[in-house]
Design a protein around this ligand. Structure first.
Ligand code: ADP
Ligand code: MG
Length: 593
């Protein structure tokens, strides 16, 4: 590939020439999984001292910390949260009133989280009270913290008693002082990048405690990870393959101390392809049966996954759902353009030209297409990089780093690689290929477009719809109607007779039967809504409206409040070099076609 600096109009001012020229070049560096964690010293009392340098590395510079902007919390009370299970959980209103460990409260504040998101309001008290939980909430609604905050907070007071002995980091000698890792918490995620992201959130929330987070994932030498595990590990995040591999080395990892298991992106993980690995992980531990709490989280939860979930969870688990399972948020403007295969490249270039300088993810359905498009856009001089499962882990991490940093603000990705990835200020998601119905279908669509419009911010998702995508037309049209999007003319014929969004039907609707759960008949209130909404299992759930307004967003005016879209969230890159140029939101078809 050419290494000259790109010269495309519009992208030019924003680039950092040197970094850009280096985007595809792999530079030797540490794995994301070897990032610094708080080093506990045996001499510390209950809480460790602050380390200012590490604090900046974990939470960013002090002046940028309280800028978790974009949320309009006045709307939050209007969001319907449905709960179901044998016990009614009273939601917390604030982090302060949640009964969290004081160090956890400080860490939450350092993260810049001022108010719990709707899902957090329910899962924090549930987990603190010891319930198994299923949490379904829209993409970008803070599900990671929804489980990490209560689990870690619970352990903070007890770490010294529960945690395995580990070498003193001050005197540690590699290969000599190592111990077997005996985590208290295991978090399983489907992709390497997501595992790293969860690890990073855990690094923050474990600050000043002896709880030591670690991550294991494929694509990097096993020995490197073993070396880290041997320093002790209380919170283990991992992808299934590498976890199974580690469990098979009993001197490296044992799950006998385990107290909490989280399955993130649970529906993806419960999908047939992962079953064996998951069985080995969940069944392979010597942990005391009944002593381990289970938590499943996702934004989508189709029926097959729901059936499987029941096998893992205690009968007394509680379930929370923010809006319809699988619904998208209204913060995302969804545009669908008709495009035949041969027109797609031109249309893509126009889309990029019309929305210059904004962080954009382009989804394709094959690794080859990802490589091809990456090369094509690179040759046009655009600051692009790509990520898919055929690329080496070094390349994948470098690509994501360049994308996050804004040196390569256009990322071409295959679907699964991007599950759960949280990059602030992704303003535009383009489905160059729409997901096919046998490869994820509408759930995959929901997850993909959910890379934008995160945590109350706004974003645009543009999909190129070709003849091949006809099978998706009906459910896509209903999805658009559900969130008040404009229906393009070529999809008009797929509109249901009754377009009232309260009456829309989705196969993905929850059908959990409350009678499956012991004593669960008294549940189903919607404490955050009007208190009368039905639980998942009730017949009425079929026709339920989506959460009104998409949570946290003041419809339509968030952009005005925060200035240009891309500059929201206090992102230094956006502010410094104008990557934050607002896309043209007035015309439904960017580029004027
Ligand atoms: P999800 O898993 O629901 O897609 P994430 O857990 O990835 O969402 O969180 C999305 C973003 O929201 C992250 O950048 C996270 O730091 C941020 N976040 C989480 N909780 C809060 C909160 N209470 N207030 C503000 N931002 C939050
Ligand atoms: Mg997530």
């Amino acid at each position: 590939m050419a290494s000259e600096a790109p010269n495309q109009e519009g992208w030019v001012e924003a680039k950092d020439e040197e970094a850009l020229a280096n985007v595809p070049v792999v530079t030797a560096q540490k794995w994301d999984g070897s990032a610094k964690v708080y080093q506990w010293n045996d001499e510390f009392g209950d809480v460790g001292p602050k380390f200012p340098d590490l604090e900046v590395e974990l939470f960013g510079a002090p002046e940028s910390r309280h800028e978790v902007a974009g949320l309009d919390f006045s709307r939050i009370e209007e969001i319907e949260v449905h709960q179901e299970g044998p016990r009614k959980i009273d939601p917390i209103g604030t982090f302060n009133g949640a009964g969290l460990h004081p160090v956890m409260l400080e860490n939450v504040e350092l993260c810049g989280y001022q108010t719990p998101t709707p899902i957090q309001k329910f899962t924090i008290p549930s987990i603190l009270q010891g319930h198994d939980v299923i949490g379904i909430a829209q993409t970008g609604s803070g599900k990671t913290a929804a489980y990490l905050i209560p689990i870690l907070s619970k352990l903070m007071g007890k770490a010294k008693k529960l945690a395995a002995p580990r070498p003193n980091p001050v005197t540690f000698r590699e290969g000599i002082d190592g111990v077997c890792a005996e985590p208290l918490v295991l978090i399983v995620a489907p992709t390497r990048e997501l595992a790293v992201q969860i690890f990073n959130e855990a690094r923050k929330l474990c600050y000043r405690t002896m709880l030591r987070p670690c991550v294991v994932y494929g694509g990097i030498p096993v020995m490197e990870q073993i070396n880290l595990l041997q320093k002790g590990c209380d919170i283990l995040v991992g992808t299934p393959g590498r976890l199974v591999d580690s469990i098979q080395r009993p001197r490296v990892l044992t799950l006998r101390r385990l107290k909490h298991i989280v399955i993130d992106e649970a529906d993806e993980m419960l999908d047939a392809g992962w079953e064996d690995d998951l069985q080995q992980i969940l069944g392979g531990g010597e942990q005391d049966e009944g002593n381990v709490s289970f938590y499943l989280f996702s934004a989508t939860f189709p029926k097959a996954a729901r059936d499987l979930a029941k096998e893992y969870l205690a009968a007394s688990h509680v379930r929370f759902r923010v809006g319809r399972a699988g619904s998208t948020t209204e913060n995302i403007q969804q545009i669908v353009l008709q495009a035949e295969g041969h027109e797609k490249r031109d249309m893509l270039v126009k889309l990029l030209e019309t929305n210059p300088g904004v962080r954009t993810i382009i989804f394709v359905n094959s690794r080859r297409e990802a490589d091809n498009l990456d090369a094509f856009l690179w040759n046009l001089g655009l600051p692009v990089t790509s990520i898919h499962s055929d690329r080496s882990q070094v390349e994948r991490e470098a690509a994501l780093r360049a994308f996050r940093a804004g040196t390569a603000p256009i990322l071409v990705a295959t679907g699964v690689t991007a599950r759960g990835i949280d990059v602030p200020n992704v303003m535009h998601v383009i489905n160059y290929d729409l997901p096919s119905i046998d490869h994820g279908g509408i759930e995959e669509y929901t997850h993909r477009i959910g890379r934008t419009g995160r945590i109350g911010h706004r974003g645009v998702a543009t999909s190129l719809f070709s003849e091949r995508d006809i099978d998706l037309a009906s459910v896509l049209t209903r999805t658009l109607l559900e969130t008040n999007q404009e229906i393009p003319e070529f999809l008009e014929s797929y509109k249901p007779a009754d377009t009232d969004r309260k009456h829309l039907k989705f196969e993905t609707e929850s059908d959990f039967d409350p009678n499956d759960v012991a004593g669960a008949n008294d549940m189903g209130g919607a404490p955050a809504g009007d208190g009368s909404a039905p639980g998942w299992g009730s017949g009425e759930a079929q026709g339920e409206p989506a959460a009104s307004g998409g949570w946290g967003a003041s419809n339509g005016d968030a952009a005005a409040e925060t200035g240009a879209w891309g500059s929201g969230g206090g992102d230094a890159v956006a502010a410094d070099n104008a990557w934050g140029v607002a896309p043209d939101t007035t015309s439904k078809a960017p580029g004027g076609w």
